[in-house]
Design a binder for this molecule. Structure first.
Ligand SMILES: [Ca+2]
Length: 82
């Protein structure tokens, strides 16, 4: 998880801005689902889904939820933070 985070938090801000998150989501979808591209609409939906506090950036705990769902192949489940 930390390795993933460091790879995508390119400015070490402690959160992923939209550009960083987009790279992450695209690469992750490619890895798990063999999807080579996602639409901007899909990205926006995913971004809002995981930006739980509406800050406009994805924090580490928000990304952790995302990664767990990716691995289960389940996006729609409503999971709370732990
Ligand atoms: Ca956030």
């Amino acid at each position: 998880m930390d390795e993933i985070w460091e790879e995508y938090d390119t400015d070490n801000s402690g959160s992923l801005d939209k550009n960083e998150a987009k790279r992450f989501i695209k690469n992750t979808l490619t890895e798990f689902y063999d999807e080579s591209d996602i639409s901007d609409g899909d990205f926006e939906a995913a971004f809002h889904e995981f930006d739980k506090d509406g800050s406009g950036t994805i924090e580490k705990n928000e990304l952790a939820v995302f990664v767990r769902r990716m691995k289960r192949g389940n996006f729609s489940d409503n999971e709370s933070f732990d």
